[in-house]
Design a protein around this ligand. Structure first.
Ligand code: PFF
Length: 450
């Protein structure tokens, strides 16, 4: 078997992991979920979910990846627990399903970049969205987005993923800061900020049942947890990196990008829509609401272009990680040429994604299947595995190269982390799963999807 690749530098790993985390989830879904779930009320719960549940779970995935030096599926076997392999397989399956519909949305973004240049969506935003989001045109853009993703992954970890994300992440941050600065000059900025940033406890309490699962699902999705991606990425990591230090940087940067996206989007929505708080978190609304807003604003064409380019970079830096999860499994296991595998897996995923070009409800179904069921189940299993099954290895691995583990066996932070992953994470995730499955079931039985 050929020598396994590693990241060229620590920064290379961090950029790639931030690239995976920062995606459509941050810029497309986060501001709109926040808008439709009570604004700041959602923000508070989301931040708690990210830092209290997401961060420790990311450490759990990093521990599995670096300890095993394997992709998410083989990792469990390498650690000596082959009957847990299904956990990794479930994550890789989730990555596969996610990429299938993610690429369709990536295709829309490509189309909106062109549409911004030509001004095509300014007249009839809803009509434009309906025309490009389904049917043959959507299949073509879905294929184009997948082809770019395959191209990057085919080049490998260092030459493809590391290089691409090192360029895209700084570009995303700079452009978003620019957009947020421009947003501050709009008439609705004040109202937008206040809805975004002043939480109302009553809103949280009275909508607990819907805010919690949305915020948790969003937290896992945005941090790319439960997909085996962070396991695969950490497997290319040297033993002298500090896992807690790296994850803290990744979680914070990912949160900064989501917050910045909110600072860019809220002023736009509050300057142009009658009631932005009813903007549903639904799939297409983000595109129609923003496109409509750009159409009404001075220099909307340029700003629309910049916004959709940011969205494209974010989507690509995530889609490559989604393709890397299954690709790394085949590369590790069968030693075929990486590029052939990337093409093979990419083409199959493309085909699986085609139904979500039939209509928005298919896409919503794929999305909800991942958010409400696959993710919580995968995260639950990972927490139980790290907390109860491979706990001794996990304890030891977290300490390697890390400040908290300088004194093996006595590091109190590591102990707290382990107990947190043992008890708190599984309980919270099970509760989320219960709410998520109930809502998917209701959707299916009441004809909400098909
Ligand atoms: N974190 C990405 C986003 O917020 O858009 C989505 C994602 C990428 C999820 C990679 C999972 C993953 F493995």
């Amino acid at each position: 078997m050929s020598t396994r690749e590693t990241w060229t530098t620590r920064a290379g790993f961090i950029f790639a992991a931030v690239g995976s985390a920062v995606g459509l989830g941050n810029i497309w879904s986060f501001p709109f979920q926040t808008a439709s779930n009570g604004g700041a009320a959602f923000l508070v719960v989301y931040l708690l979910a990210v830092f209290l549940i997401g961060f420790p779970t990311m450490l759990a995935e990093f521990v599995i990846g670096r300890r095993s030096e394997q992709n998410a599926i083989s990792a469990f076997e390498r650690l000596g627990f082959s009957n847990w392999t299904f956990t990794g397989a479930l994550g890789v399956f989730a990555a596969f399903v996610t990429l299938a519909f993610y690429s369709v949305v990536g295709g829309w973004v490509l189309r909106y970049i062109v549409g911004s240049l030509t001004g095509a969506y300014f007249g009839d935003t809803a009509g434009y969205f309906a025309a490009i989001s389904a049917g043959p045109g959507a299949i073509v853009t879905h294929a184009a987005f997948m082809a770019i993703t395959i191209g990057i992954v085919a080049f490998g970890v260092a030459d493809g993923i590391e290089r691409a994300t090192k360029f895209m992440i700084p570009a995303i941050i700079v452009l978003l800061i620019g957009l947020a600065g421009w947003g501050a000059t709009l008439s609705g900025a004040g109202a937008g900020y206040s809805y975004y940033l002043s939480p109302d406890v009553d809103v949280i309490l009275s909508n607990f049942g819907s805010i919690v699962p949305s915020a948790m699902g969003q937290a896992f999705f945005t941090l790319s947890l439960g997909f085996g991606v962070m396991i695969a990425y950490a497997s290319y990591l040297g033993s002298d990196d500090s896992l807690p230090g790296d994850s803290a940087i990744i979680v914070v940067l990912n949160t900064v990008v989501a917050l910045l996206a909110g600072f860019a989007v809220f002023p736009v929505l509050f300057s142009t829509l009658e009631d932005p708080t009813t903007t549903s978190g639904g799939m297409g609304t983000a595109f129609t609401a923003l496109a409509g807003a750009f159409g009404q604003l001075p220099a909307g064409q340029v700003l629309g272009f910049v916004f959709f380019v940011v969205l494209l970079f974010a989507a690509l830096s995530s889609s490559i990680s989604l393709l890397e999860a299954p690709t790394s499994y085949v590369v590790d296991t069968y030693d075929y040429d990486r590029w052939k595998i990337a093409v093979g897996v990419g083409v199959v995923t493309f085909v699986v994604g085609v139904p979500s070009t039939f209509g928005i409800t298919w896409l919503a179904f794929y999305n909800d299947l991942v958010f409400n069921v696959l993710l919580p189940v995968a995260v639950f299993l990972i927490a139980v595995f790290v907390g109860w099954v491979a706990d001794a290895e996990a304890f030891d691995e977290l300490g390697r190269g890390s400040v908290v583990g300088d004194v093996p066996g006595t590091a109190p932070l590591t102990t707290i982390w382990l107990w947190w992953v043992r008890v708190v994470v599984p309980i919270v995730v099970l509760y989320t799963l219960y709410l998520g499955v109930t809502s998917l079931y209701t959707g299916l039985t009441t004809g909400g999807y098909f």
